[in-house]
Design a protein around this ligand. Structure first.
Ligand code: ADP
Ligand code: MG
Length: 638
């Protein structure tokens, strides 16, 4: 029965409906990488990476803003040395990041302190990382449209498992800007696992070791009932193939005796950007060659009669870079330890290790990983392409090309936030959108009124601030709360979504232990398009929602203060002089009036006025209660 819900939740096309080949939708998977990006699709049921007209599969993730417009890929990269400020590399590092974050990365660009996300000052004016990424995506979209002879119906784009909400949203925005219909964002390690068909394989724990150009990511996934859950991530955001290149350059300079010389002209020549670039790209070539042959030679012609030409063995190269490999192992061990913690005593039986990223072609990396895990790592698929291939498989299924009862779609994240309605019709998010499944989160709530014995729990789904604008998933009541002053009860509400996407919500009052619970199916009946719509309306309305939220908050605060004041007047009103009483009554009237309006600032002012106007009264009440307590004590001690 649980499984049935899952199918209903995720199956896009009707059972038994077989799309005729001419009606097949065009779906693509995109690996939007830090160094390189790729696009893949399914042809004749087989995934393949789409190449450009020159036969290149990899598109360097480089964008240059030049006089004649925007260049993307190889041609942009070739200009990086001469035009560094207008040639943006590794823009992925800036996605969803603020100015301060970007400054820390010490990049060669002129950064603009824009609100929200950082911007880069280029010849084309200030551009945001979203726009830069959109250029890369647009190039890939065009490549795909050419190859598939038509418009693309949908795309799955991969992101690192550790990407937070801002980074994911920035990626979605970039895709939209590039004219792509995003079916889903998929975690890179999950995509790699899907490419190897592990989603239909044995349940258990999988490691994905991804060493790219500038980043190292290690992810530990757990597969249960066809759904991947990310149980731990780790890595090093500034460790990748580039560091191996740099080692070779440093070595070559030393070897050629250029590093030790005090001959100023030679040193400055080395320091020149073009020479430096030349050395780096030669180092990269040599490094890549050494992955398949035992020897290679560094050869760089400098101006004049200077040149560097030094042979190098793989052994020597491995010795020069062994500490870099060791660093990845360290992060891997740490992630494994985190995964063990997350499993809480359940044994960590690793089913397989998947290798991703161009740098895992280096034999020493493969050997080190094999030794660490005691498993032969998966290297059957091209490590550059494996993420794009997994994304293409996923896109094909999501767009509705795949049918049949067991063609389940993998849903490893929650598409919309899950929340609970609080006073004033506001939504408190308990589980954020994109959280990976399964997941459990608890939050503590309390009563609003003195002596309140029941609490209504309204479970909603969506990104909006108001419960009325979200989708209602269910309601239940927690009864039997012992009477207590407002704010004293401790009600823990727990949301739990299992691997099938089934949500259960429970509420428990901590001091008395009274409990209530319901089970609901969160996205049941929601189409992907509806989810997109709800998301878009959530973002578009964010500002009006914020205003609305402030208003409701102030109204709730007004009500709370009015109630409390009334109670106080009822008990200790005799402490007040007639004048004081008239003044407080006037302040209460004013607050009652303003709270009915829609000016949150005015309500706030009236709240503050009443709070200030009752300060002395509060002090008098406190004195009285202390007095009472002291009297009581005296009696009992007699
Ligand atoms: P990213 O995921 O960061 O976009 P990639 O997975 O495309 O990066 O990896 C790019 C890196 O892989 C570069 O540093 C490149 O030099 C390296 N690389 C590609 N092929 C080889 C090879 N045969 N041997 C060693 N390194 C390689
Ligand atoms: Mg990558």
């Amino acid at each position: 029965m649980i499984k049935k819900n899952f199918v209903a939740l995720l199956q896009i096309s009707e059972p038994g409906e077989t799309p005729d080949p001419h009606q097949r939708k065009r779906a693509i998977g995109i690996d939007l990488g830090t160094t390189n990006s790729l696009v893949a699709t399914l042809r004749h049921a087989l995934p393949e990476v789409i190449e450009d007209h020159l036969g290149h599969a990899l598109l360097p993730s480089v964008v240059r803003f030049s006089q004649d417009g925007v260049q993307v890929g190889q041609e942009a990269m070739e200009q990086a040395a001469v035009d560094p400020k207008n040639t943006i590399v590794s823009v992925k590092r800036l996605m969803g990041r603020g100015f301060a974050d970007a400054l820390e990365q010490s990049l060669p660009y002129d950064l603009v302190d824009a609100p929200g996300m950082v911007q880069l000052s280029t010849r084309a004016g200030p551009v945001s990382p979203i726009q830069v990424s959109a250029e890369i995506l647009r190039k890939l979209r065009e490549r795909a449209e050419l190859a598939l002879a038509g418009d693309i119906d949908g795309a799955v784009i991969t992101v690192p498992a550790y990407f937070d909400d801002a980074q994911r949203q920035a990626t979605r925005d970039a895709a939209q800007l590039a004219g792509l219909n995003v079916l889903r964002l998929l975690n890179e390690p999950t995509a790699a696992a899907v490419a190897y068909g592990l989603d239909t394989g044995a349940e258990g724990v999988y490691a994905v070791y991804d060493l790219g150009g500038g980043t190292f990511d290690i992810s530990i996934l757990r597969l249960s009932r066809g759904v991947f859950e990310v149980i731990a991530t780790g890595g090093d955001s500034s460790l990748g193939g580039d560091d191996f290149d740099l080692r070779l350059v440093e070595w070559a300079i030393r070897e050629a005796g250029l590093g030790d010389t005090i001959d100023g002209s030679r040193l400055s020549e080395i320091a020149q950007a073009t020479t430096w670039r030349q050395l780096l790209s030669e180092a990269r070539r040599v490094k890549e060659a050494l992955s398949s042959q035992p020897m290679a030679s560094m050869h760089v012609v400098l101006s004049g009669d200077n040149e560097i030409k030094i042979p190098l063995t793989r052994e020597r190269f491995e010795a020069l870079t062994s500490d870099l490999v060791e660093k990845t192992l360290l992060a891997t061990r740490r992630a494994l330890a985190d995964a063990r913690d997350a499993l809480q005593g359940e044994p960590l039986n690793l089913e397989a290790v998947v290798m991703v990223g161009g740098s895992t072609r280096m034999p020493q990396v493969r050997q080190a990983v094999k030794a660490l895990f005691g498993l032969e790592p998966f290297i059957g698929l091209d490590p550059d392409k494996v993420v794009a291939i997994g994304a293409a498989l996923q896109a094909d299924a999501l767009v509705g090309n795949k049918t049949g009862s067991d063609d389940w779609l993998l849903l490893d994240v929650i598409p919309l936030s899950l929340g609970v309605e609080t006073m004033g019709g506001l939504v408190e998010k308990v589980i954020a959108r994109n959280a990976t499944l399964p997941i459990a989160r608890a939050q503590e709530f309390t009563t609003f009124k003195d002596g309140q014995t029941a609490l209504a729990v309204h479970v909603v789904q969506g990104e909006r601030e108001l419960a009325s604008e979200c989708r209602s998933l269910g309601r239940f009541e927690l009864r039997g709360i012992p009477p207590m002053p407002a704010g004293a009860a401790r009600i823990v509400i727990t949301y739990q979504v299992d691997a099938d996407g089934l949500l259960s919500v429970s509420a428990c009052e901590q001091t008395s232990g009274v409990k209530a619970a319901i089970t609901v199916k969160p996205a049941y009946g929601l189409e992907d398009s509806q989810i997109t719509e709800m998301l878009q309306s959530g973002f578009a309305k964010a500002e009006t929602d914020m205003l609305e939220r402030r208003l409701r908050e102030q109204q709730v605060e007004a009500q709370r203060l009015l109630d409390a004041t009334r109670v106080a007047l009822h008990h200790d009103g005799d402490l007040l002089s007639t004048d004081d009483r008239t003044q407080i009554d006037a302040l209460m009237d004013r607050l009652t009036q303003t709270a009915q309006g829609s000016d949150h600032q005015a309500i706030r002012a009236a709240v503050e006025a009443l709070a200030a106007g009752t300060e002395t009264f509060a002090m008098q009440r406190m004195n009285r209660s202390i007095q009472r307590a002291l009297n009581g004590q005296q009696i009992s001690s007699l």
